[in-house]
Design a protein around this ligand. Structure first.
Ligand code: AMP
Length: 188
């Protein structure tokens, strides 16, 4: 199963991907996690990305594509993957298309988690207390939501035009949302 999870920051993509990877038996690839690992390691890439991420802006498309290409080249993606946090703009959606065509692994499904903005702000505030992420401060959260609306939301239309997109109500218990996603994947 090759799946992309789309949704605004705080919509639960990471939480759901963590649960789905067990059920689907495929790795969870979070570009945010990959970048945070680079930052933690203090690599040249991490040093480049650190400030951009803290501000809630998007790291460059070139960096993301290189990172993703190397991750998708690993053996554990043979049975598929759950991609979380990519693509985040139309250029990345095109790049993903090209990359997956090159490795002969087209997407099976794209699931969008819909959650109203008020609730997102509340959820991210809760996560900020629990995890202490550098970009969970109010200013960065506002920026991330703006970037989502301006750059990432158009990606929904991109996949809608392909007929690969399913929208899911992202409000409910974790179990309910996992069940909704699995039901959507059965249909896909
Ligand atoms: P996330 O954990 O998915 O919320 O990502 C955290 C931060 O990492 C984002 O706010 C961006 O700064 C950066 N990031 C993650 N994925 C991407 C991407 N596909 N394109 C550009 N920047 C990204």
């Amino acid at each position: 199963m090759r799946l992309v999870l789309l949704g605004p920051p705080g919509s639960g993509k990471g939480t759901q991907a963590t649960r789905l990877k067990e059920t689907l038996g495929v790795p969870h690839i979070s570009t945010g996690d990959l970048l945070r690992a680079e930052v933690a390691a203090g690599s040249p890439l991490g040093l480049q990305a650190k400030e951009v991420m803290a501000r809630g802006e998007l790291v460059s498309d070139d960096i993301l594509l290189g990172m993703l290409e190397s991750r998708l080249g690993r053996d554990d993606v043979a049975k598929g993957f759950i991609l979380d946090g990519y693509p985040r703009n139309l250029a990345q959606a095109d790049a993903l298309d090209g990359l997956l065509a090159k490795i002969g692994q087209p997407l099976d499904a794209v699931v969008q988690l819909d959650v109203a903005t008020d609730l997102l702000v509340e959820r991210i505030a809760g996560r900020a207390q629990a995890e202490g992420r550098a970009d969970d401060n109010p200013e960065s959260v506002r920026k991330r939501l703006q970037v989502y609306n301006d750059s990432t939301a158009p990606v929904i239309g991109f996949f809608e035009n392909r007929g690969t997109l399913t929208r899911i109500d992202g409000v409910g218990t974790m179990d309910e949302i996992t069940a909704r996603i699995l039901a959507a994947l059965k249909k896909a």
